[in-house]
Ligand binder design. Structure first.
Ligand SMILES: [Zn+2]
Length: 58
């Protein structure tokens, strides 16, 4: 199971209508529309989820 980062829908990899590889990560989308949104504004969709472990200083 994977999550569409644009609409937050959970889907099976097999069901994904589109995929994008970005920074070595695969992203799966429920539709081409979601993929286009992601490509237009990639940072917006991934920056929330991904934190850099090395900068979690204490
Ligand atoms: Zn979607």
């Amino acid at each position: 199971m994977v999550q569409d980062p644009v609409c937050k829908m959970i889907l099976e990899k097999d069901e994904a209508k589109a995929t994008v590889e970005y920074n070595g990560e695969m992203y799966y989308f429920c539709s081409l529309h979601c993929k286009e949104e992601f490509v237009k504004d990639t940072e917006k969709y991934i920056s929330k989820k991904q934190k850099r472990p090395e900068s979690s200083g204490c």
